[in-house]
Design a binder for this molecule. Structure first.
Ligand code: UD1
Ligand code: CA
Length: 458
């Protein structure tokens, strides 16, 4: 049978106090709504309908590639939001899963499980419930003495007795399409919030003698709704733990996983070690046996195997195998560290290639540079790549030895195996194998102290 999903994401998310729509807030680099859509896809549901409304222009780009978008023009409640997909479902039969765009922790297994229950029992509606200590804010599941579900009562509509119920609506449902839209026609807004509640579909179906099933989840944490910044942090923490646990099970070591943040799209190989205070974001990749951290931030960065990346910040950089970085290296976009090269302490590199085995060990800035292999850059050396208006390129060929505190004023080329004297300002190209000195010759004034003393006496 054809199964599709509707993701509700038109709400205003007022409790977030944000200029950004709630479902566009991110957890580990991925917007809330993306977590939900991806979980649906993972559960094997190819056809997903997104219901958008509030600040839709910011949400559309997040889902337009792989979901069908419908709009809810006024935020009249979750029932009205589902009704916005009515035209899309006209004359369709089968099963539809309804998910909240603000419940990012839901897993594909849970979705599949609920679909199974709904289909096995040929139910008009299956709802996932959770029993939680602090149910405040959630809709409560009311059952009769035999345990049959009677209705879902929203927090604001609860009698004091109902408010004591701890079994809650998670907001994840599975419906028979025909029954859903039939019941939605009868939902009204006679409640404390004056909204059309999707949750009322349950009581309407039950009254019509249709089968309802309520399945209680084993893991209520999966159903945390993100309505505030505090809940966003809670959900982030849970997702962080889920991701670090996943990678540890894939053979990645982390002495303290609570201090490691790995984005959803990061890929790690076996025997990687992630030390505390390490954040790896975007589409980063870490190859086998590399040690990352402590105190390291890598964004959209590719790290080869057996690298040591210690206290480093890297953005859109590529490190081949056996590279050594840090402590305190800053690798900016377009840095390409070839195999076994080194960017040491207080070194900044931008849009440059550091050749095989080349070393930039201390206190340097290398920008817009193409460096060959086997180069050594002395401490404090800098490529002066910017003249105030334009950026210029530096070429440092194979085997060059740059003396400490050399200023290479670009555009300039240092020929292979050339040497520059410490403290040189290199403004002209250097030929291969040459020694270039660009500094004032040292002068010496003999007996200077004695002379100065005598001058004072005069
Ligand atoms: C809802 C449920 C509640 C459940 C809780 C679980 C209803 C009436 N209540 O409450 O029983 O315990 O989720 O998290 O359904 N939305 C729209 N259009 C609207 C209103 C909401 O698209 O007009 C979307 C929101 O963007 C959100 C989702 O529906 O993604 C849920 O809405 P929200 O207002 O957060 O409902 P809750 O009060 O959390
Ligand atoms: Ca919610």
């Amino acid at each position: 049978m054809d199964i599709s999903a509707i993701v509700l994401a038109a709400g205003a998310g007022t409790r977030m106090k944000s200029d950004k729509p709630k479902v566009a807030h991110t957890i580990l680099g991925k917007p809330l709504i993306r977590w939900v859509v991806d979980a649906a896809h993972e559960a094997g549901i190819d056809h997903v309908v997104s219901v958008l409304g509030h600040q839709r222009e910011q949400v559309i780009p997040l889902v337009e590639d792989d979901t069908h978008i419908v709009f809810q023009e006024q935020r009249l409640g979750t029932g009205d939001a589902v009704a916005a997909a009515r035209e899309h479902y006209r004359d369709k039969t089968g099963t539809v899963v309804v998910l909240s765009g603000d419940c990012p922790l839901v897993t594909s297994d849970t979705i599949k499980d609920l679909i199974c229950h709904c289909q096995q029992e040929q139910a008009a509606m299956a709802v996932l419930t959770m029993d939680i200590e602090d149910p405040f804010g959630y809709g409560r599941i009311e059952r009769d003495a035999q345990g049959h579900v009677l209705r879902i009562v929203e927090q604001k509509d609860c009698t004091p007795e109902q408010a004591k119920l701890t079994e809650c609506n998670t907001g994840l449902y599975c419906f028979d399409i025909q029954s859903l839209f039939w019941a939605l026609d009868q939902v009204d807004s006679n409640n404390a919030q004056g909204e059309y509640y999707l949750t009322d579909v349950l009581e309407i179906c039950r009254a019509a003698g249709k089968t309802i099933c309520a399945v209680q989840t084993q893991d209520a944490r999966e159903c945390l709704g993100v309505n505030s910044r505090v809940q966003l942090a809670e959900a982030s923490k849970i997702m962080q733990e889920r991701i670090t646990t996943y990678w540890m099970n894939q053979g990645v070591s982390m002495p303290d996983p609570s201090l490691v943040w790995i984005d959803a799209d990061v890929r790690l190989e076996q025997d990687v070690e992630l030390l505390p205070m390490t954040t790896i974001t975007g589409a980063s990749f870490i190859g086998q046996g590399s040690i990352i951290g402590p105190n390291t931030r890598l964004h959209n960065t590719q790290v080869g195997s057996n690298c040591v990346v210690d206290e480093t910040i890297a953005q859109s950089a590529v490190l081949e195998e056996g590279v050594h970085c840090g402590p305190r290296a800053y690798l900016r976009e377009g840095t390409h560290m070839c195999a076994h090269s080194k960017a040491g302490t207080h070194v900044e590199i931008k849009k440059s290639t550091i050749g095989v085995g080349s070393k930039v060990p201390h206190l340097s800035y290398i920008g817009d540079t193409t460096m060959g292999s086997g180069v050594n850059i002395g401490a404090g050396s800098i490529t002066c790549n910017y003249d105030g208006e334009l950026k210029h390129a530096t070429v440092i060929e194979d085997g060059v030895f740059i003396g400490s505190n050399t200023m290479m004023v670009a555009p300039v080329t240092i020929g292979s195996r050339a040497i520059t004297g410490a403290g040189s300002v290199i403004t002209q190209d250097v030929s291969p194998d040459a020694l270039a000195l660009g500094r004032a010759r040292q002068i010496q004034i003999e007996e200077y102290r004695t002379r100065r003393k005598n001058e004072k006496k005069d």
